[in-house]
Design a protein around this ligand. Structure first.
Ligand code: FE2
Length: 248
């Protein structure tokens, strides 16, 4: 009999709502994408705001600065492959950042393929929901997105950086974070995520729960600075996440 530890990542998703998968993108892509993100954040703010492209109701293209409430002091950057077309259309000169955008494109494709394998397995475990075809649909494909974040709050131990929520997509990869702060709420349990080399965390979101009539769960999670964290003044928490979609 299989123990929880030796379940495949898709079996873990069905049983627990989260799991770990091997994740080793070639050529230091994660580091390169992070370095590009830090360089981008040095660009004058007015120039960065020109990268807010696409439909204003849709945040998933380009740069978004959030300066709203207490939990919303953060910068986002969203990458989907059509970003180039939107930047061209908006007349944004991205020559200085072209290497970074190419790295983002490679990382996006690596994430998409990694998630495809998970959905392929899920489709055999839960064959009634057409998950694989829905993931592969051109509509879903254009929605898969890499999100880069930079939290500008002071990192005080125990501080809440993001409210508890369920992601609205099908599934999420937690790819990288400069400071551990993500906790999953699984039933009455709170699981504090600590990154493991060569692996990423994957968990299911609202669309997974909706589509599978609750057989997969939308996993609630929260961003809280660990109580034992020693903060350096002014240091931002930065992270990389990938959101995978299905066509419903
Ligand atoms: Fe989230």
């Amino acid at each position: 009999m299989k123990t929880l530890e030796n379940l495949s990542s898709s079996e873990q998703l069905v049983v627990k709502g989260y799991g770990f998968i091997g994740f080793t993108p070639p050529g230091n892509l994660v580091t390169r994408v992070m370095n590009g993100w830090r360089k981008y954040l040095q660009v004058p703010r007015a120039e960065r705001l020109q990268w807010r492209v696409g439909d204003p109701r849709d945040w998933d293209d380009g740069y978004v600065a959030r300066e709203g409430g207490e939990y919303d002091q953060k910068d986002f950057f969203h990458y989907r492959p059509h970003l180039y077309a939107l930047l061209d259309h908006a007349g944004v000169d991205y020559g200085e950042h072209l290497e970074w955008l190419c790295d983002l494109d490679r990382l996006w494709e690596y994430c998409r393929m990694s998630f495809q394998k998970i959905v392929f397995q899920l489709n055999t475990i839960l064959p009634d929901y057409d998950l694989y075809r829905r993931f592969q649909s051109p509509v879903a494909r254009s929605r898969h997105v890499i999100r880069l974040l930079s939290y500008n709050n002071d990192l005080q131990p125990g501080k809440l950086l993001g409210k508890a929520h369920v992601d609205r997509n099908f599934g999420t990869f937690q790819i990288f974070e400069t400071h551990p702060a993500l906790s999953l709420e699984i039933g009455s349990e709170r699981i504090s995520y600590r990154p493991k080399p060569g692996q990423v965390l994957v968990f299911t979101g609202g669309k997974a729960e909706l589509l599978t009539e609750g057989k997969l769960k939308g996993v609630k999670h929260v961003i809280t600075v660990p109580d034992d964290f020693i903060a350096k003044k002014g240091e931002a928490r930065q992270s990389i996440v990938f959101f995978a979609h299905v066509y419903i």
